[in-house]
Design a protein around this ligand. Structure first.
Ligand SMILES: Nc1ncnc2c1ncn2[C@@H]1O[C@H](COP(=O)(O)OP(=O)(O)OP(=O)(O)O)[C@@H](O)[C@H]1O
Ligand SMILES: Nc1ccn([C@H]2C[C@H](O)[C@@H](COP(=O)(O)O)O2)c(=O)n1
Length: 222
């Protein structure tokens, strides 16, 4: 790990805009980008492919170490390769999010992913988004943001995102899924979703994507 390389951490609940904003901010700064949620989603998917029981923590840890996860930004979005298969579409579903949230509550899985996440810290800098980037993975990061938005707005955003992709969902169902995932992520014993003490909070409710990007960049400039 290159500890003198700057890191901007962006943590927050599902649908707050972390992924979208982190990728754009990383592009503007010319820094690397870590989508840590995609790692948990990929392990959840690989564990499903291998039919691993969620109670079999030993097998889950082996799966965490053995699964190859690659990222490729095609200009439109960050594509994720799991064991060399492009699984981007499957990984973005709420089902994959819920599976990721379930395995993310297992301490051994989190421990097995630590070094892999820290290895993304490479010059000239890193933008890392997730739930514990500022609290556990990069506690010494000089820039930390905790991003929120009202639950209704987060559900609306996800609804629009999925509708645009032709996925049929209901707003009520999405709101329930988002709240259930947030509760699980915030209430787990290890590395729960919470703001680092030194994080700047940004509420993105009612803000456009460019407005949020500028607010985050202003934190780094400061
Ligand atoms: N400020 C914003 N205004 C409007 N829409 C936004 C804003 N930020 C993000 N979005 C849209 O909301 C949707 C969800 O955003 P995104 O995937 O970045 O959230 P996230 O916090 O990374 O969610 P998750 O943790 O579930 O991956 C996307 O369609 C994105 O384009
Ligand atoms: N640093 C992280 C990142 C993600 N998770 C878990 C909890 C989330 O519900 C799930 C999916 O993440 P997303 O892609 O929605 O950001 O993965 C975590 O525990 N810690």
């Amino acid at each position: 790990m290159t500890t003198d390389t700057p890191v901007l951490t962006i943590d927050g609940p599902s649908g707050s805009g972390k992924g979208t904003i982190s990728r754009l901010v990383a592009q503007r700064l010319g820094w690397h980008y870590l989508d840590s949620g995609a790692l948990y989603r990929a392990i959840g998917l690989a564990a499903g492919w291998a039919d691993i029981d969620l109670d079999d923590h030993g097998a889950l840890v082996r799966c965490t170490f053995d699964t190859r996860i690659g990222f490729r930004d095609d200009g439109d979005e960050l594509r994720v390769l799991v064991n060399d298969v492009d699984a981007t579409g499957e990984l973005r579903t709420e089902t994959a999010g819920a599976a990721a949230s379930a395995i993310a509550a297992i301490p051994e899985v989190r421990a097995a992913l630590k070094d892999r996440q820290r290895a993304f810290r490479q010059p000239p800098g890193l933008v890392a988004d997730g739930r514990d980037m500022g609290t556990v993975i990069f506690p010494d990061a000089p820039f930390k943001v905790f991003m929120t938005a009202s639950a209704d707005e987060r559900a609306q955003r996800r609804y629009k995102q999925l509708n645009d992709k032709g996925v049929s969902v209901t707003l009520d169902g999405l709101l329930r899924e988002i709240l259930a995932r947030d509760a699980r992520d915030a209430q787990r014993a290890v590395a729960p979703l919470r703001p680092a003490e030194d994080a700047v909070r940004i509420d993105t409710t009612g803000l456009s994507i460019p407005e949020v990007v500028e607010q985050v960049l202003a934190q780094v400039a400061r």
